[in-house]
Ligand binder design. Sequence first.
Ligand SMILES: Cc1cc2nc3c(=O)[nH]c(=O)nc-3n(C[C@H](O)[C@H](O)[C@H](O)COP(=O)(O)OP(=O)(O)OC[C@H]3O[C@@H](n4cnc5c(N)ncnc54)[C@H](O)[C@@H]3O)c2cc1C
Length: 366
Amino acid sequence: MGAGFTGAVIGRELAEAGIASLIVDERAHVAGNCHTERDAESGVMVHRYGPHIFHTDSERVWNYVRRFGTFEPYVNRVKTTVGGKVYSMPVNLHTINQFFGTAMSPDEARAFVASKSRTDIEDPQTFEEQAMKFVGEELYEAFFAGYTRKQWGLEPSMLPASILKRLPLRFNYDDNYFNHRFQGMPRNGYTPIVAAILDHPLIELRTGCRHEDLTEDFDHLFYSGPIDRYFNYDLGRLSYRTLDFEMIRAEGDYQGTAVMNYPDSDIPFTRIAEHKHFAPWEAGQLEKTVAFREYSRACGPDDIPYYPINLVGGMDMLQSYQDRAALERNVTFAGRLGTYQYLDMDVTIDRALDVAAAYLQQRAAA
Ligand SMILES: Cc1cc2nc3c(=O)[nH]c(=O)nc-3n(C[C@H](O)[C@H](O)[C@H](O)COP(=O)(O)OP(=O)(O)OC[C@H]3O[C@@H](n4cnc5c(N)ncnc54)[C@H](O)[C@@H]3O)c2cc1C
């Protein structure tokens, strides 16, 4: 169930072991939230559900995806506009020197930021505590607080520290957003890669098909949809954030970079992504451009669930659903919606490979 990376990879692994599967997705296309398609008017490869950059430390995953498509070199460099000035992200020596109007060396900046940080916070539990401990109040307020409020619709004091742990603070001029060894962009987008994974004689694909409408019986179900939806929401709905994208069309180059964040609280959107810059090998040949303002809000029943909301101490409903899921016979819950976790594509693929391997092992032993 689901033709995103999770369903596709599991189906492929099973097919290569000689097991046939039917893969259904209610959308008209494969690749789930990683779906890409060319915008007819501008020719830009657009990431329909928000920008996706492939990055991983796993050689297994990097080799796996490159079996199914060509990746071009790409380094994600994010900028941020704060108080009418543009800074480099993630917060690095350039950001610190720009923000404080200084020309500090790495050691000087380290000592300077340490002098601003809240050393009395020993074991940070919340996003706010984590930020105060590591970057101090000024950098926190400028670069993190407003963005986080807009992204999650919550005070940073209600969000777990783990969200900020993903954002590095650097005392050099390295502005590569990710720390992983491998990074790239698929030359023809993600959808042909997922389609190639699904292209196997033992895989039958049905798009535009809801899982709820299936009537056939199966030996096993791998379910990569929302776990609460599987149980008809009968314990209530898990909380998600959804995104609205407002399209901007322009000639030439709109903002000169792929991603510009807007953390200021008086600006309603979180960032603008200009998609031609995700494909630098072809951007110069495209005369028109397309960019998207991204707005985050609470997910309603008819919206697309994007980000699971992990509240400090608020996960009882999830636990109850997971307890019930564990009792389901011949069903495996997988993927970002099935496990209610934010998973990058590489982690999604890695886990899907593990899920398939565990199933094949169990089947061989039975
Ligand atoms: C805004 C945003 C940006 C992201 N950027 C990055 C990035 O830069 N790099 C990165 O590595 N990762 C990124 N990700 C994460 C990436 O999107 C996920 O890793 C990936 O989509 C997970 O794949 P999946 O197959 O588990 O889920 P999905 O892609 O969501 O696939 C699940 C599929 O199940 C289908 N489905 C659900 N319920 C039913 C049903 N009842 N019947 C039929 N079909 C159903 C859905 O239509 C969907 O196609 C981003 C995520 C978001 C939200």
